[in-house]
Design a protein around this ligand. Structure first.
Ligand code: F3S
Length: 414
């Protein structure tokens, strides 16, 4: 355990309880983390993204913890948003969610609102709100959002837990260690990607393999030509099979363009074949009950691509495209939601199939284009999973069974 982080006068006052017991509790958490990780001091954060929102994961103890913190007068002092909840907060009844679950989930959201957190429940806050700038310090919790903020935007955040992110929102500070420091952002592994990367699923498969190898390290990838939002599936998968919170792509991501320092003793790896990832992430299901797209939460362009694919066609299986409330509203105004619903699909806001209580909705098998979703859904949601590009998943939704790989190899989503 390290020494006590150096505190400013304002931070010492918060720790002494001068801003009330709720703020004191938050500062105690931030300082304790600083002590554990040897932080020299605290750093102000520009925004916070809080995890621990689904009642399925939080339970009654978690809800009471939030309500108690709010009753102590704690309030956020920087912009803070939520991770996905356990259901669509508007359409939960028609989607088949349980009444009692919905009541408890609404209570969780109300507790967060009382604490001052915006009830925008999404794992992709960078698509709808203030986009963090390069070098800005954040306290974000959702692993794919952390990966995106660090790697694609060049902002700086550790992978926070639910309480530590909330404590950062209440104090406006986080402990300065790990990825807030230049040293923590050096590459611990150089990965030569020699395999073709034709779709978002291929990028996810690569991420699955790399994350499994590098754990919580910082990989520098060579041979990846995709950029921006197309890299989300790669980062989300590395954060799931490993705990990668920052990666660099040579010639693409902002810090890599400036030249990434290599950590002493860094490893050299190569990926020639994605088949081991597809084998590991594909179960035996032939019949498909549900197709889930939108992990991480779908962008407007992704929803538009689905609408275009489905025009004039009729689905045999359920199709849920998960996204943020704000993106859904824009998609609705653009007529995309109606086009998808005409085919029999749904654009579902505020949730996803990992944090929703899927077992109670009657689905047993699912197809997804997200390696992260394919990794978590069997254990978190009890689903038998098929994993492949979006086109293959949409064909599965149209046929109600897992089809052969699509004839067009180039995915529109990459
Ligand atoms: Fe987001 Fe759920 Fe995937 S939180 S990244 S849609 S598992």
């Amino acid at each position: 355990m390290g020494a006590e982080p150096k505190l400013t006068a304002e931070e010492r006052a918060m720790l002494a309880g001068e801003a009330g017991p709720g703020v004191q509790r938050a500062m105690e958490i931030v300082v304790a983390l600083g002590r554990i990780y040897g932080a020299a001091d605290l750093v102000p954060v520009a925004s916070v993204q809080v995890s621990g929102v689904s009642y399925k994961n939080l339970g009654e103890a978690g809800l009471q913890f939030l309500q108690e913190w709010a009753s102590e007068g704690a309030r956020t002092r920087v912009p803070a948003t939520l991770n996905p909840a356990g259901m669509d907060l508007v359409a939960w009844r028609e989607l088949g969610f349980d009444e009692e679950f919905a009541r408890r989930q609404v209570a969780v959201i109300e507790a967060y609102v009382a604490l001052g957190v915006e009830p925008a429940a999404t794992c992709a806050p960078y698509l709808t709100g203030g986009v963090p700038e390069r070098g800005q310090h954040l306290a974000w919790a959702e692993s794919s959002a952390v990966s995106y903020a660090n790697s694609i935007l060049g902002a700086r955040t550790n992978r926070e837990g639910g309480p530590s992110a909330l404590a950062a929102a209440i104090t406006g500070r986080t402990a300065r260690y790990g990825l807030h420091l230049d040293d923590g952002r050096r590459a611990t592994a150089v990965v030569d990607a020699r395999c073709p990367l034709r779709s978002e699923a291929d990028l996810g498969a690569l991420g699955f393999l790399v994350g499994r190898e590098v754990g919580n390290g910082v990989p520098l990838l060579r041979g990846v030509r995709h950029e921006g939002l197309a890299l989300r599936s790669l980062g989300a998968a590395m954060a799931a099979s490993g705990a990668v919170a920052l990666y660099h792509v040579e010639g693409v991501t902002p810090e890599a363009k400036d030249g990434v320092d290599l950590a002493p003793g860094h490893r050299e790896l190569a990926v020639d074949d994605l088949a081991p990832a597809y084998d590991a992430l594909n179960g035996p299901a032939e019949q498909i009950d549900l197709v889930s797209l939108g992990c991480p939460h779908a962008s407007l362009a992704e929803i538009e691509a689905v609408a275009g694919y489905l025009d004039g066609r009729r689905l045999a299986a359920a199709l849920w495209i998960t996204t943020s409330r704000a993106t859904r509203q824009v998609a609705e105004q653009a007529g995309l939601v109606a086009r998808i619903e005409t085919a029999g699909g749904r654009v579902v806001a505020d949730t996803c199939m990992v944090v929703a209580p899927v077992a109670g909705l009657g689905f047993r098998s699912m197809a997804t284009n997200s390696a992260k979703m394919a990794f978590y859904a069997p254990s978190h949601s009890g689903l038998s999973v098929r994993f492949g590009p979006a086109e293959q998943c949409l064909e599965a939704a149209l046929e109600g069974r897992w089809p052969e790989p699509p004839s067009r190899p180039e995915g529109r989503w990459s």
